[in-house]
Design a protein around this ligand. Sequence first.
Ligand code: SF4
Length: 332
Amino acid sequence: MDFFGMTLASLENFFHQQGENKAKAKILFKSVYRNRQAVENIAEFSDKTKQLIMDNFNFDLPKQVTMQDDGKTAKALLSFSNGNKAETVIMRHDYGAGLCVSTQIGCSMGCKFCQSGKLKKRRDLTAGEMTSQVLFMRQYCEIKHISIMGIGEPLDNFDNLKDFIEILSCPYGLAFGGKNITLSTCGIIPQIKRLSEINCQFNLAVSLHAPTDELRSQIMPINKKYGIAELIETVKEYSDNYGKRIAFEYILLDGINDSAENAVQLAELIKGINCYVNLIPYNETESSEFKRSKNADIFFDTLKKSGVNAIFRREFGTGIKAACGQLSSEYD
Ligand code: SF4
């Protein structure tokens, strides 16, 4: 079994089934995740317990295929046990580093502005493969914040995501507080309604990118299934229930969704929600069908005048293709 995919509860269950004291699960979690110890060095365990653990679990991290680092951003292409590969990115902010975790090999959501969406989903990543991205990258720098917004739609891989967040936030495990975890979704409404099943108060970011169904359906096929009105209602409910401030992500595409009129429509749409808008400059790639907006400042000013909290997302990693919408994965 992959140790990094085990929640504390499943590990306790394992020890219990082996006729061992389940308290050993907490010691093992703490030793591996907090103290970064190898099993053979855990002083609290007898040789018999160490052998039991080593016979039943593997602690392998993914292999590094490439690593590009421009000083502010580090992007690794990692190869998982079956040879599938995905990228993960560290962004070094002044206040600490954030890691952007991938949840799938490819993505089926097909957002038109996203490189990852062109790959089609090959498979879901397991909880262990998500955890192992954190463990691999923390060898390079201390990570303060986790953004679950790399390759893939996290809510299209709900059960593995749930276990991953449990491991991530477990006080005996990686111990990230909810305020240091951000989950981003393109808006799979039934799964947003299931978020209460995850026992962690993380931040929710919603990839909105357009203020009307007509426009959103053109650039995000998911909108044909789950329209804007129901999405906004569901997100408002989530925000009200958990007292959470929602981040609406909005990528500015030249001549597509960046007019002053679009800004007014957006302000009207999200009125009454505890939220802010994260404006994202578009990162062009060789195969881009869109251009970076020239109207970004006017869009921003119009939002502000309409009473919306808005910020521009700081740009990271464009030079090494590690920025939003530029990540890729490989199948073999
Ligand atoms: S933006 Fe997210 S959901 Fe859309 S295609 Fe890209 S990875 Fe998938």
